[in-house]
Structure formats: C-alpha cells, structure tokens
Design a protein around this ligand. Structure first.
Ligand code: THG
Length: 593
C-alpha cells in the first residue's frame, strides 16, 4: 500500500475526486431512499462511481460515509460495519486502479451543535466519531478527510476522536461563506487550531465555486505550514424548478481550480455538482499548470484559539496577560461558592477581567471539598458560552483537565505540566490528542530550583519526555518559575537568565508574576518593575491580576518600547490623556490590543 505521508512529502500535486450525491441519483438512487442504504444494497453502483473518478485521474477517492456516524445514519444501519463496508468498496476500486491511489475515510458534520451552543454533549459526539473512524480504519482507508465542517468545536472533536483510534494521516476542510465559517471562524483561526492538532493537510471545500474561493485560498496559503487543499463546488448554487443545481462546466471549473495549484495549493478536487468530467478536466489542467511551491510559512509562536479569537504568545508579539482571578486561593467567598457548586462569582471575575481587556482567562477551581472533575468542565462550559477569550485550564488534578478539554471550542491552554510523577505521562498525550498548548513548569522533586542552570536542566528533561511522546514544540510554553526574592535574593536574576535561555531556544516564556514579591511590602510596585525587566529579557506573557493599573501601564509602555505596538497606536489610544502621577486613572481602553 502506498504511503500517503510520503506522497504529501514528495511535493506531488494530488487530485481528489468529485461529487457523490448527484452521481448516485444519476445511477438509480430512488428519491426518498437513504443513500447509505442504497450503497449497502448496490455496492456495484458505488464501486462504479469510484472507478469512474479513478479513470478520470483522481489520486484520492472519498469513502461514501459523509453522514456515516450514528448521529446521522438511518435507524437500522450499524455505524462500524457500515463504515467498514464503505471503506472496503472504495479500497477494492483503488486496488483495481493499476497505479498508486489513496482512499480517504470521509467524515462530514453531524448536523447538531455541541454544548453550550447546541444540546449535544461533546463526549457523545466524540464517541460517535470514534466509532465511525474505527469502522473506516478497519475497512482499510489510507487517511481521513474531515470535511464540509462549519463549527470549529466539532472539527476539533473529530480530529481528537480519529487520533484515539488511528495514527493514519488526517486532512481537515472547512466551509466558508462570508469569509468565516458559520460559527464565526476565520481561515487563520481554523488553520492554527488544526496545526496545533498536528493535521497533515488543511483547507476548504463546498459553499463556493472556484472563483469565490480564490481570496480565501490566498489567506490559507499565507498561514498554513502544512499542505493546503481545496474542493470548490461547480460554481454557486442556482435554484432551477425548486432544485439546487451547480452549473459551472468542467473546463472553466478545471481552469479556475487548477489556478490554486499555481498559487501553491497541493491538493485539489471537486465538491457539489462536480462529476468525473470535471475531475478529468481538472487532472489535465493541473498537469499543465505552472506549479508554484506554497509560500514557506514558519510557525510563529504559540497560538491559543476559540471560534472567534486567536492569541499569539511569542517574543515577537505584543505581551499577553493571562487573567488570574478565577482562583479561590485567598478568596473565601469564591471558595464557598465553588463548594456549593455555584459559579456566580467566578463568572463575575471573568466579566471584570474581560472588561479590562484580558486576552486569556486562567480557570482554577481548586479548593477543599470541591470535585474539580465536575466543577472545572462545568465552569469551562459556562465561560465558553459567554466569552470569546481562550481559557487556561489551571489544575493540579489531571482528570479535571481531561474532563474540561472536550468543552473548549478551540486550542485552550493546559496549566500546567510539571516534573511531578506521571503528570507528563497523563497530560502529554492528551495535549497532543486535543491540540492543546501547555505550560511546562520546571518543578521536580521537593526542592524548587533557584539557579537558572537547575531550572533549565528540568526544562530540558521535560522537553525530552515531551519529544518522546510525539508532542510538537509548537505546543510548549515555558513557565520560568517566579520565586520570592524576599527569601532568595538571586531568584529574580536567575529567572531573567532562564527567560533569555528560552528566547535563544525559540521557546515562548511565561511566569506566575506575583510570587516574585511574596513577603515584601508594595508588592504591586515590585511585580510591575519585574514585569518590565522580564519583558526586556523576552518574556511573552504572564499570569497576573489585570485589575492592576500599574501592571497594565507597564505592559502598554513595554509593547511600545519593544516595537510590538505599531506607531504606538494602542498606547496613544489608551494613554493620550495620562497625567504624571495619575497611576493609570486616565487610561482609556484598559489594555487594548
Ligand atoms: N504558574 C502557573 N500557574 C499558576 C501560577 C504560576 N497558577 C496559579 C498561580 N501561580 C497564579 N494565580 C494566582 C491567583 C491568585 C493569586 C495569586 C496567583 C492571589 N490571590 C490573592 C491571595 O492569595 O491573597 C487574592 C487576591 C484577590 O483577592 O484578588 O494572589 O506561578 N503556570
């Protein structure tokens, strides 16, 4: 069996097949009958369609399993045997092609929204998609294609579900209409979230014809460091006699779609309304077009996302503050509420921090007599329903983090993985599976490392463990560890040295800022001064209380001084009316980005 990853790596242009629904209708699918049942009853018809696409020159055929999860299949069709059978039929057509071609296990959207947007429990979706992926893998697919997706939360769950069943390559494709998907995700947010998940290729399909797709294609090529795919419809839909039809003929379809290859796309095919004639013309056009290598996109820092937000954490980006206030440490009232299973105060802290412009919210519900495995996912679900800001899941309980991850609609931050026994072993694979960036915390054994060299030694040993688990470096954010200068006078200096080491390694760095001033008076003053020093050393982010005006001032001014605030626009916007000694009182837009 040919290896799909080598085919991708070879730089070869791969042609996908075209539409399935209209082909089935043209070959006898009776109106009102489920296509899935028809395909089970008439494998010869389905095999014939696959064979026609292969004869037309397709390199990749899609299994007829677009609606093949138990959430979509008609009653009486068992998901695992159905997907296995569809994969086998495609496989047998591929074996007969007489050249190396690939079978992609096709997975479409489930037709419902996950909580809290809809009523579908993320784990119900996850289990249903695992089952579908298992059937497809058993039937012998070479790769998976998750396509026509319109909700980031669902496509993320689909990839995690496939990962739980198989190490085969995964390609993902979303549908865009007005420049975003149905639930507001841009190509950039989609691409970064999928790259955190380690997909092999990504792109777009359906919704548009090749002409309307071209500007989106430019955006994909500018932000993806993995191969980009496109499957346009045969033009925009037209309503003829109450029926939706796609009428762009094969030649213009092929010419416009092959132009994507000229722009740098690596996989092209067709969606609604395309036929073997479209794919034959596309094959010819692709072979004739002057190919251009995709622009080389090097990943830029660590990226957190939700459906509608993207936050980059990197020394070349504006400094980021992770709002720390949803944390019962030292807050009796919050503790009492969480113990009673209530979220009112936690949600108020969220709203206050969001109003102050905090781009990320840390969520910690750890307190005595609180079951974090229930409370953390419960609060995360409520927060994602109300706020667009990415979350940082802060818990010493790995099972609580595991339970909360499926409720995050994009790339949430796992806070944190330390050198504590079994922590990397339990959380590392989860971060890889769910595409979750994580904070790597250099604590191992009972003694906290003070010297930079000791911190670095622990960081290196944790990075080695992460590498061994196949966790990509793009998911790593190093906490350089804030130790109280009141008891360790060299702690801040050693912390700064650790930051400089991270920068030299290309690793973004964060810190739990307030610890540095523990035991001193005027803590806010000490914290803010250290923040300025640390920004100068290359710190990208800190966990802190955004209610501090001093802290927000230091961040805003620091971004100007480091060249992260072009034309000082955000600074002028926020601080034009600042008065000496006003302590931030005249600040306008909090810490606007
Ligand atoms: N690194 C990482 N994560 C972390 C920390 C870190 N998470 C937890 C902590 N340290 C950062 N978060 C907090 C949250 C609250 C407080 C300090 C750090 C705090 N609470 C006040 C108290 O204890 O008195 C209450 C303040 C208030 O009422 O707002 O100071 O280092 N990766």
């Amino acid at each position: 069996m040919a290896d799909f990853r080598s085919a991708l790596a070879s730089g070869r242009i791969l042609v996908l097949d075209g539409g399935m629904g209209t082909m089935l209708q043209a070959r006898g699918l009776p109106a009102g009958e489920h296509p899935e049942q028809f395909c089970l009853d008439r494998p010869d018809v389905l095999r014939g369609i696959h064979a026609d696409y292969l004869a037309a020159g397709a390199d990749i055929i899609l299994t007829c399993t677009f609606g093949g999860s138990r959430l979509k299949l008609p009653a009486g069709i068992e998901p695992v045997p159905f997907n296995r059978e569809m994969a086998r039929i495609a496989r047998s057509a591929a074996e007969a092609a007489g050249r190396p071609v690939f079978v992609a296990g096709d997975m479409g959207p489930c037709g419902r929204f996950v909580r809290p947007l809809g009523d579908l429990h993320p784990l119900e979706l996850y289990e249903a998609l695992r089952e579908q992926a298992r059937g497809l893998a058993e039937g012998g697919v070479d790769l998976f294609l998750v396509e026509t997706q319109f909700d980031l939360a669902e496509v993320r769950i689909a990839v995690a579900a496939i990962r739980a069943e198989s190490d085969l390559p995964v390609m993902v494709s979303m549908t865009f209409e007005q420049g975003t998907s149905l639930t507001g995700t841009t190509p950039e947010i989609f691409a970064e979230t999928m790259q955190n998940l380690g997909v092999d290729a990504l792109g777009l399909n359906c919704g548009l014809g090749p002409e309307e797709m071209a500007p989106l294609m430019e955006r994909f090529l500018a932000c993806s460091s993995v191969p980009v795919l496109a499957e346009p419809n045969a033009g925009l839909p037209e309503l003829v006699d109450g029926k939706t039809v796609f009428r762009l003929p094969p030649e213009p379809f092929a010419e416009k779609t092959a132009a994507f290859v000229g722009m740098g796309a690596r996989l092209v095919g067709g969606c609604c309304g395309t036929t073997p004639d479209h794919i034959r013309a596309l094959r010819r056009a692709v072979d004739a077009v002057e190919r251009r290598a995709a622009p080389c996109v090097t990943p830029s820092g660590l990226v957190l996302t939700t459906r509608t937000r993207l936050v980059r954490i990197s020394p070349s980006q504006p400094f980021t503050i992770i709002g720390e206030r949803i944390n019962p440490t030292g807050k009796k009232d919050l503790q009492a509420e969480l113990q009673a299973g209530e979220y009112g105060l936690a949600l108020r802290f969220a709203s206050e921090q969001v109003a102050l412009g905090a781009p990320i919210l840390d969520v910690n519900v750890g307190a005595p007599m609180v079951d974090e495995t229930l409370l953390l996912p419960g609060l995360v679900e409520r927060l994602t329903g109300k706020y667009a800001e990415p979350l940082s899941l802060d818990s010493s309980n790995a099972e609580a983090i595991a339970a909360a991850l499926p409720f995050c609609p994009g790339s949430a931050l796992v806070n944190s993985i330390s050198g504590e026994a079994d922590r990397m072993e339990r959380l590392g694979p989860l971060c890889r599976q769910w595409g979750a960036p994580f904070i790597l915390l250099p604590i191992q054994g009972r003694k906290l490392p003070v010297k930079a060299a000791d911190r670095i030694a622990i960081i290196e040993s944790l990075l080695e463990k992460a590498d061994a688990l196949g966790i990509p470096r793009r998911l790593v954010l190093v906490d350089v560890l804030a130790l109280a200068v009141a008891s360790k006078p060299e702690a801040a200096r050693e912390g700064l040295e650790t930051i400089r080491w991270c920068v030299a390694q290309g690793l973004p760095a964060t810190i739990g800022l307030s610890n540095i001033s523990f035991g001193l008076p005027a803590r806010e003053l000490v914290n803010t001064t250290f923040l300025s020093m640390a920004m100068g050393a290359g710190l990208s982010c800190c966990i802190a209380n955004p209610s501090s005006g001093r802290l927000r001032e230091a961040r805003a001014a620091g971004n100007v001084l480091l060249g992260h605030d072009r034309d000082a626009a955000a600074f002028v916007d926020g601080y034009a009316a600042w008065q000496p000694g006003s302590g931030g009182a005249a600040e306008a837009g909090a810490f606007a980005r």
